[in-house]
Design a protein around this ligand. Structure first.
Ligand code: ADP
Length: 483
């Protein structure tokens, strides 16, 4: 199951909370409303009962409804109060009076029911002809006799109002929940934005930019505390990386001196006449190993100098095509010694303003790799030309190729593709890192296209010299260890 983002989780949580609160509030409002309407209806019934009893008079023991019909207020009240009413003789249970304009008469209570209500007067809720009625029974006394007066009101309107309220609440619940979700989503986004910004800032700090720090927003909240903690970690990391770089520079220097001495001694021993043949072989092999070690240490040192910003470029104008062709031809014997055919194709002129020595190193690195990673019988091509305002060198081979997963890393310092380890004990994984650094410092780009088993194509493009270019001043630059 995909994990939910914090923002989604917060929005869902608040939506659920909102829905529960709204539902509870809706139920409470509905209940209060129902209770209020019932209480109002009951008050009305009490008023009607007491008022109506006041207009019932007894003539020869018979109850008669007597009131001043010319008084509109009284007439209105009596008409309203007598819409649903019944008067029973409490002793016999006989129905004595009842409403004339309703069918309550069909619901005359049996004697036993009258007796029960006389014993316990109270409220009934019944439906007469589809109309909900609330009826109140009360006991009154006149001339030593007890009478049960039932007065009713229609609660139809109240029920319709309550049903309407329920409908509105049911409609409001999803709408308000939706508004709540949108609001919670917006709010969560707003609250989490600084966190997102902090994350973006933190992820932009790579090993090459450990001097950078996360910004303090000055809000003194948890995010500021988090930024401060991250900054402390970056400080520690920066220090550790600086020590590591110092150490590698120091080690390279320290190794080089005894290596030079050893190499010199091996050379002197070889120059002396008369060492046995197997000794000579041993010393020659040692010299080769010293050379390899020297190359690796040389690259280490270069890296350390670049790190410290101690490398200077000597910018001169030259033709890249001629340089590439010359270097390609120089490497033909090396390629041939390994059974590889090296073809050079350079057309026209591509003038650059660059450090010739460093560009030479770039081309040689690419040619060296192409030859190293191509088996006997394979082919290596070097093509140089100008394209628009750029000069281009392409070194292709039919060698081992590079796995797709390794491609993003081959320009990292000390990275060596898995397959190349056993066959290439001499490489330190620094060649392409240096190559990329040099190309980029000259405003160029290096690209690679490779397929395992089919071969690789490395392309560098560099800006052509402007038409009126003259030699530029040397520039100091620094190389950073790739992350
Ligand atoms: P190294 O000094 O080990 O050759 P590089 O930085 O020159 O280091 O190259 C890094 C890795 O890239 C190599 O170990 C190798 O796996 C891969 N690589 C470079 N060039 C080629 C090539 N032409 N064909 C196949 N793999 C290559």
């Amino acid at each position: 199951m995909p994990s939910l983002k914090l923002r989604t989780k917060l929005a869902l949580f608040y939506a659920a909370l909102f829905a529960i609160l709204l539902a509870s509030a809706g139920i409470t409002v509905y209940r209060i409303m129902a209770l209020r309407l019932t209480a109002a209806a009951d008050d009305n019934l009490v008023d009607h009962g007491a008022g109506l009893w006041g207009y019932i008079q007894f003539h020869a023991g018979k109850p008669v409804l007597t009131y001043d019909t010319s008084n509109h207020q009284i007439a209105y009240f009596v008409r309203d109060a007598t819409r649903y009413y019944q008067l029973y003789d409490a002793a016999s249970g006989e129905l004595l009076l009842e409403s004339t304009d309703s069918s309550l008469m069909h619901l005359a209570l049996p004697v036993s029911e009258v007796g029960r209500r006389v014993g316990r007067p109270g409220i009934d809720v019944i439906a007469v002809e589809g109309v909900a009625l609330r009826l109140r029974s009360a006991l009154y006394q006149a001339n030593g006799h007890f009478y049960l007066l039932r007065v009713g009101v229609s609660v139809e309107e109240d029920l319709v109002d309550l049903a309407e309220l329920k409908r509105v609440l049911f409609l409001l619940l999803p709408v308000m929940t939706l508004v709540g979700v949108v609001g919670a989503w917006w709010m969560a986004g707003k609250v989490l934005r600084p966190l997102q910004e902090l994350q973006n800032e933190a992820s932009a700090i790579s090993i090459t930019q450990l001097h950078r720090r996360l910004p303090h927003r000055g809000t003194r909240d948890e995010l500021d505390a988090l930024a401060a903690t991250f900054n402390q970690v970056f400080t520690l990391l920066e220090d550790a990386v600086r020590r590591m770089k110092q150490f590698s520079a120091y080690m390279s220097h320290e190794l080089r001196t005894p290596l030079t001495v050893l190499r010199g001694e091996a050379e002197i021993a070889l120059m002396r006449p008369g060492p046995p043949k197997d000794w000579r072989g041993l010393l020659t092999s040692q010299l080769e190993e010293f050379d390899k070690l020297d190359r690796v240490i040389g690259r280490f040192l270069l890296l350390a100098r670049a790190e410290a910003g101690q490398i200077e470029f000597e910018m001169v104008e030259f033709d890249l095509c001629a340089l590439a062709a010359g270097l390609g031809k120089e490497m033909i014997p090396v390629a041939m010694s390994r059974g590889i055919s090296l073809k050079v194709a350079c057309g026209g002129e591509a003038r650059l303003v660059a450090d010739r020595g460093w560009i030479e190193r770039v081309i040689l690195n690419l040619l060296d790799n192409a030859i190293k990673f191509t088996a006997g019988g394979g082919q290596v091509h070097i093509v140089a030309r100008s394209a628009g305002d750029r000069a281009m060198v392409e070194v292709s081979d039919t060698g081992s190729g590079i796995a797709e997963a390794e491609l993003p890393h081959i320009f990292d310092c000390f990275y060596r593709a898995h397959d190349s380890r056993p066959t290439r004990p001499g490489g330190a994984g620094l060649g392409l890192a240096l190559t990329k650094w040099i190309v980029e410092k000259h405003g160029g780009v290096i690209q690679v296209d490779s397929r395992v088993g089919a071969g690789s194509v490395f392309t560098i493009t560099l800006p052509l010299a402007p038409p009126d270019s003259s030699e530029s001043a040397a520039t100091a630059s620094s190389l950073s260890i790739a992350d």
